[in-house]
Design a protein around this ligand. Structure first.
Ligand SMILES: Cc1cc2nc3c(=O)[nH]c(=O)nc-3n(C[C@H](O)[C@H](O)[C@H](O)COP(=O)(O)O)c2cc1C
Length: 374
């Protein structure tokens, strides 16, 4: 189709380009072709610059919202128009009109959508809306210590496709250290937007390689200071907490910090006494195999069991327990005693993992110094 002369010139020119420059050029040429096809004057800009996306987030503890806001800023800097939308506010009737729809969403409970996104999630699964016009991508936040890792993201990704939407890039599932993966994801979003011409998107594999899971470093720590910063009479509680660790900390601003609390000995020993379970008995749970005492101390959520855990407890023990009742496991055992230690071994298997409490580090070791203190 091209004359020998033109082809030769292109070969000579492209041989000087890096992979990133070739990807940019690919988008640029696609944009030029798209403009010609529509009879529009050429704008001379890469295709992604003409695209407007909706970036919707579903969050419970704020991570997805914070992340989506950050990713929207990055996308805008790349020249992409972004409408940022919380799924709690999203008008479901707008969905069929969306052309480029990207979702950042977490999973909560035991594989459930965040409370604020539940209405959207239910509508999406219950209504047979046609999404032929839509191209989409999903970034799922989760935690691999849960059995249903990133379930909500998986559900939304699968449902959008089932409703006729075109997946522009594969579902990305992120563990608690999601920062780096999500930056790759937004780069990939920009790349696929550049390579999509008019209404026909090119399906491309992610162009930025996903990293290997970052090695998590564990430190043991004890709380040495815990002060409520709010004044007497305030109905808020904001704590200044200092933790001393058993070895020097190595961190950078932006690193994720997960606090994995251990349960108090009194609650653990109370459970053992109330059930008569052998504390040295090894039990395999969804994630770990360890002696009962260690599971109760370090690995399982015994103080704030989920509604679904209480429901399963009722099924194992045969009690009728009101749905709204929220008790710790020791209190539950006192009100609804277990009749045999073997039944408690079943209960251990339904307890959810102890979830880390996540924070992102903003201080720099350069100004605070490395040490055994955070
Ligand atoms: C009570 C609770 C339950 C959770 N359940 C799951 C789960 O079933 N699957 C999963 O992958 N992650 C689960 N997570 C982890 C969250 O998805 C993860 O912390 C995410 O970053 C939270 O994002 P958000 O702040 O936007 O809600 C759970 C977290 C909490 C606190």
């Amino acid at each position: 189709m091209l004359s020998e002369d033109k082809l030769q010139k292109i070969k000579e020119f492209t041989s000087t380009l890096s992979r990133e420059e070739l990807i940019w050029l690919n988008g640029y040429i696609a944009g030029q072709a798209g403009a010609l096809q529509g009879g529009l004057p050429s704008s001379g800009t890469p295709a992604a610059l003409n695209k407007k996306i909706t970036l919707a987030y579903g969050t419970e503890t704020g991570n997805s919202k914070k992340l989506a806001t950050q990713l929207a800023g990055i996308a805008k800097k790349k020249g992409i128009g972004v409408k940022l939308a919380g799924l709690d506010q999203y008008r479901f009737t707008d969905l069929a009109k969306e052309e480029y729809f990207f979702v950042v969403i977490s999973t909560q409970g035991e594989g459930e959508p965040p409370l604020l996104a539940k209405k959207f999630y239910d509508q999406l699964h219950e209504q047979a809306v046609e999404l032929k016009k839509m191209k989409f991508g999903v970034l799922a936040l989760g935690d691999t210590s849960y059995a249903q890792f990133c379930k909500t993201g998986e559900d939304i990704d699968a449902r959008l496709e089932a409703l006729g939407a075109h997946r522009m890039l594969p579902l990305k599932k992120c563990d608690v250290d999601y920062e780096e993966d999500s930056l790759h994801w937004i780069d990939n979003v920009a790349t696929v937007l550049q390579t999509s011409v008019g209404s026909v998107p090119a399906v491309v594999a992610p162009l930025v390689e996903d990293k290997k899971p970052a090695g998590k470093k564990h430190y043991n720590g004890i709380i040495v200071t815990n002060i409520n910063l709010n004044d007497r009479g305030s109905n808020k509680e904001t704590y200044h907490v200092e933790i001393s660790t058993d070895e020097d900390l190595d961190y950078l601003p932006g690193d994720a910090l997960g606090l994995i609390p251990a349960n108090c000995d009194a609650a653990v020993e109370e459970i053992i006494a109330l059930t008569g379970v052998d504390p040295e008995l090894q039990i395999q749970t969804a994630k770990v195999k360890a002696p009962v005492r260690e599971l109760l101390k370090k690995h399982l959520n015994i103080l704030y069991p989920l509604k679904s855990t209480i429901k399963q407890y009722a099924a194992i023990t045969g009690y009728e327990i009101p749905e709204e009742l929220r008790l710790s496991i020791p209190d539950l055992l006192k009100k609804y005693p277990i009749k045999a230690a073997a039944a408690f071994e079943e209960v251990i298997k339904i307890l959810t993992p102890q979830a880390p409490r996540l924070y992102s580090i903003s201080s720099a070791p350069g100004s605070h110094g490395l040490g055994r203190y955070i």
